[in-house]
Design a protein. Structure first.
Length: 160
């Protein structure tokens, strides 16, 4: 059984899960593309950074033993509400944690009065793309701040 808990961005369990995500993304994408201009790499790093001041809440998926299995953050991105940093530990995948985290992110956005929710994922994350399609997300054009430095991204919206 999975329970959902809203926590501050600084919650140590969320910090630990995001560090695991960073490791996994580094394995999938590497540090940078070999022929890439360093200024483009720096711009992408800025686009992917999350300013804690923009975070509305972080959400954890907790198992019956109290262990944090997954994380997602809900943040303001200009006039939009965006989901960031969805991770579920490999051992817990396929058990409903990601779906529960997405549903709670949608609830937070509704509470904020958002007409839609958006998110971005990468081209080397086919499991994420499949999850978003399965849970009713609609593909949209790559939006800023990702369009310039990550045109290969997949972006989605969900009407609320």
């Amino acid at each position: 059984m999975i329970t959902i808990e809203r926590v501050p961005w600084e919650d140590p369990r969320g910090v630990a899960l995001r560090a695991r995500m960073d490791d996994e993304m580094h394995e999938r994408y590497g540090a940078s593309r070999p022929d890439e201009d360093p200024s483009v790499t720096a711009a992408r790093d800025r686009a992917l950074a999350v300013d804690p001041a923009t975070i509305i809440t972080s959400v954890l998926a907790i198992d019956e033993d109290g262990e944090a299995l997954g994380h997602i953050a809900v943040r303001r991105l200009g006039d939009e509400i965006e989901l960031k940093r969805l991770i579920v530990l490999a051992a817990a995948r396929g058990k409903g944690a990601a779906t529960a985290l997405l549903a709670e992110g949608e609830q937070v956005a509704r509470e904020q009065g958002a007409p839609r929710l958006i998110l971005q994922t990468g081209d080397k994350q086919p499991e994420a793309v499949a999850l978003y399609r399965k849970t009713g997300w609609t593909p949209i054009p790559v939006y800023e701040p990702y369009a310039e430095t990550m045109p290969w991204s997949f972006c989605f919206e969900k009407a609320l």
